[in-house]
Design a protein around this ligand. Structure first.
Ligand code: SF4
Length: 324
């Protein structure tokens, strides 16, 4: 039996797992999964109690990205059917933020499928955020791609709370999933975000042909970058993308990954993100033991549980919404 409780004690004392320990979590025998989840839950509970943060996504500019990320249905190389439209209006952003607030969301996340924002796009988004903060009063996260120097400061001044930019995978594996920008470009943007005083949201995707070592490297890099929030997505292979025929993950494997990320990043917001429904299937609720956050009402180009279903799932397991 692995020493999962010992790993939890060490996480609570502020120590990182070694690479071997983190690999051991990913390779936990299935018969020890409940013990592993119990240990990860002890760490989650110390920092986040039994509360769950709901995030709602808005795809504010869709299907026109010039980049070639191989998992993404909005990339220039994807051939599947996906809605294409330019940046939505300020009124549409406001209305989506209002709806998110009414659904009990803790944060409204505005995403654009771009390499990075142009200055006019950034100004339009900042303008909308100022009004959302004033009239709706909800936390706002933006995910706008690679930032140029000075852009994060503009977002901060407009009232944006958090900026999302995922590492997606390990440094080693990144070049196999994207050739139009680098892993270092992504790390640089996270640096700009933090320097501007925004919270950094940064995670990755599991199921893109990476090794266990890649997952451990990503989790330990996220620890080193001291990001506030970590979304862990599980690939939902999209038809017409280069990764469209990858298999989905085994639900028990997903849970082990989430536990490993929790031990590596004990106090952080860890979100079981895109692909939750198709990868975890009937085991979705178990992800709330290592994770304290979920997306609800679907994703950028794929559907998902409606928020009523997720509220039920949260309540049924004895968790509660994080509201303040
Ligand atoms: S940069 Fe973002 S939107 Fe563009 S292809 Fe990559 S993941 Fe998709």
């Amino acid at each position: 039996m692995g020493d999962w409780e010992g790993l939890a004690d060490r996480a609570l004392a502020g120590d990182a797992p070694t690479r071997e320990e983190a690999l051991g979590v990913l390779r936990c025998p299935d018969e020890e999964l409940l013990a592993l989840l119990q240990a990860a839950y002890r760490v989650r509970r110390r920092f986040h109690g039994n509360r769950v943060k709901l995030h709602i996504l808005e795809n504010a500019l869709s299907g026109l990205c010039p980049e070639d990320c191989s998992f993404c249905s909005q990339s220039r190389v994807a051939t599947g059917e996906v809605e294409k439209y330019r940046l939505i209006s300020k009124e549409e952003m406001l209305s989506a933020a209002r709806q998110a607030k009414e659904s009990g969301a803790w944060k409204y996340c505005m995403v654009t499928a771009t390499r990075g924002p142009s200055d006019p796009q950034l100004d339009q988004i900042c303008d909308a955020v100022r009004e959302i903060k004033e009239k709706v009063g909800i936390r706002v996260c933006t995910s706008l791609g690679i930032l140029k120097p000075g852009q994060a400061e503009k977002l901060k001044a407009a009232g944006v709370d958090r900026f999302n930019h995922n590492l997606e995978t390990s440094e080693r594996h990144f070049a196999s999933i994207c050739t139009t920008h680098t892993w270092e470009d992504r790390v640089r943007t996270i640096g700009y975000v933090k320097e501007a005083g925004l919270e950094a949201c940064c995670g990755g995707i599991v199921g893109m042909g990476e090794t266990d070592e890649d997952l451990v490297d990503m989790a330990l890099t996220l620890r080193r970058l001291e990001v506030t929030s970590i979304p862990i997505n599980f690939l939902n292979p999209r038809p017409g993308t280069p990764l469209g025929s990858q298999p989905v993950q085994d639900p028990r494997r997903c849970l082990k990954v989430l536990c490993m990320v929790r031990f590596a990043n004990p106090s952080r917001d860890i979100r079981v993100a895109g692909g939750r429904e198709v990868n975890l299937r009937s085991m979705q609720v178990m992800a709330l033991y290592p994770c304290n956050s979920i997306f609800t009402d679907g994703y950028l180009t794929t559907g998902g549980n409606r928020h009523e279903e997720d509220l039920q799932l949260i309540r049924d397991a004895g968790f509660e919404l994080h509201r303040e």
